[in-house]
Design a protein around this ligand. Structure first.
Ligand code: NAG
Ligand code: NAG
Ligand code: NAG
Ligand code: NAG
Ligand code: NAG
Length: 475
C-alpha cells in the first residue's frame, strides 16, 4: 500500500506556496467567493468516518491523510464542494487532510466542540461549562484551522437548544459566537464566519434564527454569520409541499444571514433517491437557502452512508451515492453560482423582544460576561496552540480498490488537484441510474424524523430528546 507521505513534495520548502481555494465570505444572506464575488452554495456531505463514537483524542476525521485522500477523490467524483466535520482534536496535525480537501476544491465547515469532558457546552446548565477549559477546545480548533483558506466557517454549537436545554441556553450559545468572533478578529488574518446548527424543531425555529441573526448594539460581534438547519422532513419521493420545504422557504425568505441544511437526507425510505436536491437548488429555495450537506459520508449503524468502508484497502460506493450523483448532475451550476444583489444587500434587524414569539424561548440578550482567563486568551491568543498550514499535494490515483454497489470494481479513480471549487460533472456516473428499488414507498410523509441521527454531544443525552423532537415536529 502506498504511503500518503510520498504524495507530498518538499513539504517544508513549498508550504507557503501551495495553491489554495479562494476564501469565502458572508455577504448579506449569501456566501460569496471573496475574489470573484460569485455566489457559493453548499453542495456538501457530513463527514465523520467511524461515526461520532469513532472520535478519540488520538484520531479525528481530519488526522489521517490516507483516509482523506481516498474520500476526497470519491467526493470529487460525486460533485461535492463542502464537508462538515463534527468532532476535532486541536492537538492533532491536520495539514495533510486540510490540504487534500483544499486541492480537491472542497471547503470545510467545522464544529468546535467535541464529546470529551470539557469539550462542549452542557445544554442543561451551560454556566457550569462556559469556562476557560471549554475555550481551550474552542480556541484550539480555531488556532488549528484558521490558516486554511478552504475553511468556510465554524459552528459555535450543534443542536444545543432543544427540549432538554435550559431556558437560558440561547444566550450562552450567542456568547460563544461573540467570544469566537472576538478571538478570530484578534488572532486570525480574516473574518472566518461563525454560525449555529439548529435542530428542526418547527415551533421555535424562527425564534432561534431571530435570536442569533439580530443586531445587538452593545455586542455587535455576537451576531451569528450563518444558520444551519438539520432537517429530515423530505423522505423518499416526497414533494416540495408535503415535505414542508415550502414552509421552510417562506420562513427563511426574510433571513438576513445565509441559511443552509447542515444535515439532510431522511432514510425512512431506502434506498434514498434524493429528489429533494432539485428542490433545494431550485429557483424558489435558493432565495432562502444556500444549499446543504447530506448526512453522511460513511455507512454506520444508523445507515445514512453514501459509501461503505470495508477495510483500509477497499471501499464500496452505495446505491445512495449513485442516486445522489444523478441528482447533482442535473443541477444548473451557472444559475446556482450567479450573484444576486437583492440577496447580498439585506441588513440585520435590531434585537428586540418582539422578534421572539414562543413563550418558552429566551427573549433577552443579556449575555454572560467573558470569564477573565478567556478574555486573556482572546487578547493574547491561546498559549502553545498548534497552528496548521497548507502543504503541497499532487494529483494521483488512489491506492484503494473501489467497488460500486453491484460489486463491480470501479477503476481509475483519481484524486485531482483543482484550481477552484469542485462541481458536479455529467461524465462520471459509474453504473447508471438506479432510483428503483423502493417504488412501493410513496414517501409522502409529512412527519419529520427530526431526531438528529448524529451523535455528540447530543448523543450523550440519549434518545428521549429525539422522541420529543419527533412530537414537536408533528404539531
Ligand atoms: C417577510 O418580509 C415581508 C416584507 O417585510 C413581510 O411581508 C413578510 O410577512 C415576511 N415573512 C415572514 C415569514 O416573516
Ligand atoms: C434575486 O433574489 C431575490 C430575493 O431573493 C429574488 O426575488 C429574485 O428573483 C432573484 N433574482 C434572480 C435573477 O434570481
Ligand atoms: C446589552 O443590551 C441588551 C439588550 O438591550 C441588554 O439586555 C444587556 O444587558 C446589555 N448588556 C450590557 C453589558 O449593557
Ligand atoms: C468489500 O466489498 C466488496 C464488494 O462489495 C466485497 O466483494 C468484499 O468482500 C468486501 N470486503 C470486505 C472485507 O468486506
Ligand atoms: C448536465 O446535463 C444536463 C442536461 O444536458 C444540463 O442541463 C446540466 O447543466 C449538466 N450539468 C453539468 C454539471 O454539466
Amino acid at each position: 500500500m502506498i504511503s500518503y507521505t510520498r504524495l507530498f513534495t518538499s513539504v517544508c520548502a513549498l508550504a507557503s506556496t501551495a495553491a489554495a481555494l479562494n476564501t469565502l465570505e458572508v455577504s448579506g444572506k449569501d456566501f460569496v467567493d471573496s475574489e470573484t464575488k460569485d455566489r457559493f452554495q453548499i453542495i456538501g456531505v457530513d463527514y465523520q468516518p467511524g461515526g461520532s463514537s469513532g472520535f478519540t483524542s488520538k484520531l479525528d476525521p481530519l488526522s489521517d491523510g490516507d483516509v482523506c485522500l481516498r474520500d476526497a477523490a470519491l467526493m470529487q467524483r460525486l460533485g461535492i464542494n463542502t464537508i462538515r466535520v463534527y468532532n476535532l482534536e486541536p492537538s492533532l496535525n491536520h495539514d495533510e487532510c486540510a490540504s487534500i480537501f483544499n486541492a480537491a476544491g472542497i471547503y470545510m465547515i467545522l464544529d468546535v466542540s467535541n464529546p470529551l469532558a470539557g469539550g462542549y457546552l452542557d445544554r442543561t446548565a451551560p454556566w457550569t461549562t462556559y469556562s476557560a477549559i471549554y475555550y481551550e477546545q474552542v480556541f484550539g480548533v480555531i488556532e488549528g484551522f484558521k490558516n486554511y483558506d478552504n475553511l468556510l466557517g465554524f459552528f459555535a454549537g450543534n443542536e444545543v437548544i432543544n427540549e432538554e436545554a435550559t431556558y437560558m441556553a440561547p444566550k450562552y450559545v450567542r456568547a460563544v459566537v461573540r467570544d469566537m468572533k472576538d478571538y478570530i478578529a484578534k488572532n486570525a488574518d480574516r473574518a472566518i464566519p461563525v454560525g449555529y446548527s439548529a435542530a428542526d424543531i418547527r415551533d421555535i425555529l424562527m425564534d432561534t434564527i431571530h435570536y442569533f441573526e439580530c443586531d445587538l448594539k452593545n455586542s455587535t460581534s455576537s451576531r451569528a454569520d450563518f444558520f444551519g438547519l438539520n432537517s429530515y422532513s423530505w423522505c423518499g419521493t416526497s414533494s416540495y409541499t408535503s415535505s414542508g420545504f415550502d414552509t421552510l422557504t417562506e420562513d427563511f425568505a426574510n433571513a438576513t444571514i445565509p441559511v443552509f441544511f447542515s444535515e439532510y437526507g431522511c432514510n425512512e425510505v431506502k434506498p434514498r433517491v434524493f429528489t429533494e436536491v432539485q428542490a433545494i437548488y431550485g429557483v424558489e429555495m435558493t432565495q432562502a437557502f444556500s444549499g446543504g450537506l447530506v448526512y453522511e459520508w460513511t455507512q454506520e449503524d444508523n445507515e445514512y452512508g453514501l459509501v461503505k468502508i470495508n477495510n483500509s484497502d477497499t471501499v464500496t460506493t452505495l446505491v445512495d451515492y449513485d442516486n445522489f450523483q444523478n441528482q447533482l448532475n442535473k443541477l444548473d451550476m451557472d444559475r446556482i453560482m450567479s450573484s444576486n444583489s437583492t440577496q447580498t444587500s439585506v441588513e440585520a434587524e435590531t434585537c428586540s423582544v418582539s422578534l421572539i414569539t414562543s413563550k418558552t424561548f429566551y427573549d433577552a440578550w443579556d449575555l454572560p460576561e467573558v470569564p477573565s482567563k478567556v478574555s486573556d486568551y482572546i487578547k493574547n491568543g491561546l498559549p502553545d496552540a498548534p497552528t496548521g498550514k497548507l502543504v503541497s499535494v499532487s494529483s494521483t490515483t488512489i491506492p484503494q480498490t473501489v467497488y460500486d454497489y453491484t460489486g463491480k470494481e470501479i477503476t481509475g479513480i483519481k484524486f485531482e488537484v483543482k484550481s477552484g471549487a469542485n462541481t458536479p460533472s455529467n461524465s462520471s456516473s459509474s453504473s447508471g441510474s438506479s432510483t428503483s428499488g423502493s417504488s412501493s414507498s410513496s414517501g409522502t410523509s409529512t412527519s419529520t424524523n427530526a431526531a438528529s441521527p448524529n451523535g455528540a454531544p447530543s448523543l450523550a443525552f440519549g434518545g428521549a430528546a429525539g422522541f420529543f423532537m419527533l412530537l414537536a415536529s408533528l404539531l
